[in-house]
Design a protein around this ligand. Structure first.
Ligand SMILES: [Zn+2]
Length: 211
């Protein structure tokens, strides 16, 4: 069994009606489980079971004791007295609001949309080494919108300066668009680890993000 201490792994959050809302860290998920405002949804062979925190702890204990083979897509948290598997999905027991239909315009989503690639040189960088660039500079009345903001590395940002790409003779690797679905979710879904999330996302989502 693979033991990966991973309070940072991602957990899909469902509302009371099993509709996908957003993604949170394992740490945050455990807080909600301990507060008993959420339960674990565990998917196996297309069926799912729900567990409260105590029940999930028992399931984890059973897995540890029986040494069930894992497919390498689970993470575990070790505490002083027990080990517990990081759930992949939790359901908020009392939250009835529906998922937002609009993707939030923020740094995190822009980085995810651009896959942490500088949109001028095409190279991938850690978030800390990327900045957000106004394609048409603010000084030229460029707006702060999905279609005018892209990730740029320090070097490209410097050589572009306060100019338009045409003026700086630089080309974007692709035209920025407003994403129809959460770009963070789309990135995660490429990994086997988050395979079980699929059934909680609607058909329309899939036809777009699995291309
Ligand atoms: Zn660059």
């Amino acid at each position: 069994m693979q033991h990966v201490a991973s309070l940072e792994s991602s957990v899909l959050v469902l509302n009371k009606f099993f509709m996908a809302l957003h993604i949170i860290s394992a740490k945050r998920a455990f807080v909600l489980l301990c507060k008993e405002t959420a339960e674990v949804i565990s998917v196996a062979d297309g069926k799912f079971n729900s567990y409260d925190f105590g029940g999930w702890k028992d399931v984890s204990l059973y897995k540890v004791k029986s040494g069930l083979p894992e497919e390498g897509t689970t993470s575990w948290i070790r505490t002083v007295s027990f080990e517990i598997e990081v759930p992949k999905i939790i359901r908020l027991l009392f939250y009835e609001k529906h998922p937002r239909s609009n993707v939030k315009f923020n740094r995190r989503n822009i980085f995810a949309r651009d896959e942490n690639k500088c949109q001028y040189c095409g190279r991938r960088f850690p978030t800390t080494e990327l900045s957000l660039d106004h394609i048409v500079p603010k000084a030229y009345s460029g707006k702060t919108t999905w279609t005018n903001i892209v990730c740029a590395c320090t070097d490209c940002n410097k050589s572009k300066g306060g100019r338009t790409p045409e003026e700086a003779r630089m080309k974007l690797i692709r035209k920025p668009v407003k994403p129809r679905h959460s770009p963070i979710l789309s990135l995660k879904l490429r990994s086997d680890r988050y395979h079980s999330w699929k059934q909680f996302l609607d058909e329309a989502y899939w036809s777009v993000s699995l291309k």
